[in-house]
Design a protein around this ligand. Structure first.
Ligand code: CA
Length: 377
């Protein structure tokens, strides 16, 4: 469990005993019950959406007020041990978009899915490639993941079959939570990222590779992805994450003007992936090719609006080293080269396995997202 220091104060929705779900801030291994502090009526709500809709000036002033209450010790009567509460889904998710912004991941998957072609497709360095996912199946950390069933067809098989996925996988990602909406017909500039996005969560985009491999041409991911996406319970604000901000890597070829900006941000975050407690990978976020500001600008460039509670994710985060890959399909070369988990050969997820992804930016913890695989029904 990551420690949440006094400068972090991520927000989440907790349930304590038989009391109504409401909003708290994490402080160390405690939850600050925010409702009795009377900073904002929105903290008594069962999701963060009303708070998110307040917008950037309110987010920043409420954070300053809370930092002061923590500094003076005024929050102490309102601390509850995290071990005594249940954390719920922090937002009512509006729309969900998943990008594909890691050059290393896109290259690795291109080689695995299209071994006879250029791994990176011609559009990849001109726009942040993405697709619209299924918002209604974004679930809270700790929710069991039922093994999906569907159509699978091995490349050398004559016909597809139906049954439980045999190649169930993870994707390590960072999710961005939209607070302020945009108007239909208007695009969001790369310079307005901080006005619209409140913060980040750790995200696991569960993926059934056998279903995905058969269905994805030509319209992209569908049932191989839509059965579940897990997010961490604590939303870390961009204000807290400022200490982890780094410049975006150089983009070549140059991007079109609507994607260009002087202060395009990226974040120096490291993930840790554990299967049944065994550390299997440590993907680094800082070299992701596309800035989250560019992702937001691109997803609205056609006039599509964003809403409070929208979630968009980075795509799988993979580094250049074998121990930095963000999915099992990459870690095991599509199952051909097993990794070792607890001393045994391991390829894809088995029933009963528990996957936990934590993330941190130096001393700043982002918490964890976890989920256990249960058998197909
Ligand atoms: Ca993904």
């Amino acid at each position: 469990m990551s420690v949440f220091g006094p400068d972090n104060l991520p927000l989440g929705v907790f349930q304590y005993g038989d009391q109504s779900p409401r909003i708290g801030a994490a402080l160390g291994d405690q939850v600050i019950d925010l409702t009795p502090l009377e900073l904002s009526d929105t903290f008594a709500e069962p999701t963060l959406n009303a708070f998110l809709a307040l917008g950037r000036p309110a987010w920043t002033s409420l954070r300053a007020a809370l930092l002061e209450l923590v500094r003076t010790g005024a929050v102490e009567p309102h601390l509850i041990p995290q071990s005594a509460v249940t954390m719920l889904l922090p937002i009512e998710v509006g729309d969900y978009v998943d990008f594909y912004a890691s050059e290393q991941h896109a290259t690795n998957l291109g080689r695995l899915f299209r071994p006879d072609a250029e791994p990176l497709l011609p559009n990849w360095k001109h726009l942040p490639v993405g697709y619209h996912g299924r918002a209604g199946t974004v679930v809270a950390s700790g929710t069991d993941i039922v093994r999906p069933s569907g159509q699978r067809k091995a490349p050398d098989a004559a016909a597809p079959t139906y049954g439980p996925s045999q190649r169930l996988d993870i994707e390590v990602e960072l999710g961005y939570v939209v607070g302020s909406p945009s108007a239909l017909g208007q695009r969001v500039s790369v310079d307005d990222f901080r006005e619209h996005v409140y913060g980040v969560v750790v995200l696991n985009d569960w993926s059934a590779r056998d279903i995905q491999g058969w269905e994805y041409v030509p319209l992209g991911p569908f049932l191989g992805k839509s059965f579940a996406t897990s997010i961490s319970p604590w939303v870390v604000s961009l204000d807290a994450l400022e200490s982890a901000a780094v410049a975006l890597p150089a983009q070549d070829p140059p991007v079109l003007p609507y994607l260009a900006g002087k202060n395009l941000v990226n974040y120096d975050i490291t993930f840790e992936v554990r299967i049944n407690g065994d550390l299997v990978s440590t993907p680094p976020y800082r070299d992701i090719y596309w800035s989250p500001a560019q992702m937001l600008a691109h997803m609205t460039v056609n006039g599509a609006s964003v809403r409070t509670g929208d979630l968009y994710a980075s795509g799988t985060v993979s580094g250049t080293e074998q121990n930095q890959l963000g999915s099992l399909i990459e870690l095991t070369k599509a199952g051909r080269e097993p990794i070792t988990v607890h001393g045994k050969d391991y390829t894809f997820l088995q029933d009963g396995d528990e996957v936990t992804i934590t993330a941190h930016a130096g001393d700043l913890g982002l918490g964890e997202v976890t989920g256990r695989i249960t058998p197909a029904v």
